[in-house]
Design a protein around this ligand. Structure first.
Ligand code: PTJ
Length: 260
């Protein structure tokens, strides 16, 4: 994909993300309300200083520790996630041995088809881009082993009504650790009730998903994805006394109206 954002602009990253979102709209990948969701995220990011805070980094390290220790980690992709961070998160999935499940809130067969096709293409090209530390063969095998689930759901997330409950028994339903960027509150609550550890990425520290999650990373998704990849190279042990409320409080306290 070629993006039109100008690298010299002070808000380059923000413009780049807007360009990616616009392209994904044109490709039919996004829900009608995806731009509204993105705009809400941008507003929070602005107030959080458009940077990864110390507490967000702490939560990212905990996410890396839990995902690397998981027996059956799953990364859930919705439309916005595919538009912004499919490649970076596929890289993470390859390293942690996770599968990806396309699981969308506003589910239509057409969007599912387009999203699966887009992620499959990204996966195919990623196979040929071995990062530092991996041989070409090894990397290609690791990427190949990431399954893209979501197309033929055979299960339902318990406690949820409607198409958004559809999922795979070999994916979300049997995951021990789930990474769910930009999740909605009801579904986050249902996933936690299933017994999975749920890691949420959400720039809104007071959203229901942020408050329901086992680990909340209050950071912008593309920054998180890059940080996660780095942290997965040197994971610590999961913290049994993890205090997620402290992370949320720190994020709320770091909101500022100072000019940037
Ligand atoms: O693709 P679908 O059908 O699954 O729909 C996806 C959206 C995102 C449209 C849907 O889940 C939705 O409506 O989400 P909400 O309820 O608007 O919540 C989105 C949350 O993500 C908000 O709290 C935003 O602040 C936050 N957010 C938006 N963009 C980013 C973000 N958080 C991190 N990084 C972002 N880039």
């Amino acid at each position: 994909m070629k993006h039109v954002a100008d690298p010299t602009h002070p808000r380059y990253r923000s413009l780049l993300m807007r360009a990616k979102i616009e392209e994904a709209v044109k490709a039919g990948l996004l829900a009608d309300s995806a731009l509204i969701a993105h705009g809400r995220g941008e507003a929070f990011d602005y107030l959080l200083g458009e940077r990864t805070s110390e507490s967000a980094m702490q939560a990212t390290k905990e996410a890396a520790a839990r995902l690397m220790a998981a027996e059956h980690p799953i990364i859930s992709f919705n439309g916005n996630t595919v538009a912004l961070a499919a490649e970076e998160l596929l890289k993470c999935a390859a390293v942690m041995g996770a599968d990806v499940e396309i699981n969308i809130f506003y589910r239509t067969e057409e969007r599912m088809r387009l999203l699966i096709s887009s992620v499959s293409k990204t996966k195919e090209s990623l196979k040929h881009e071995a990062p530092d530390g991996f041989s070409a063969d090894e990397w290609s095998r690791m990427v190949e082993s990431v399954r893209i689930l979501g197309g033929e759901p055979d299960g339902l997330i318990p406690g949820l009504e409607g198409p958004r409950a559809n999922c795979h028994s070999e994916g979300i339903l049997s995951a021990d650790v789930l990474l769910v960027p930009l999740e909605d509150g009801d579904r986050c609550e249902a996933l936690v009730a299933m017994g999975a550890e749920v890691i949420v990425i959400d720039l809104n520290p007071i959203s229901r998903s942020a408050r329901m999650a086992s680990v909340t990373v209050v950071d912008e998704l593309t920054r998180f994805a890059l940080n996660l990849y780095e942290e997965m190279k040197k994971p610590g042990k999961p913290d049994d006394d993890w205090n997620n409320q402290a992370i949320l409080d720190a994020a709320v306290n770091s909101v500022t109206f100072t000019e940037q």
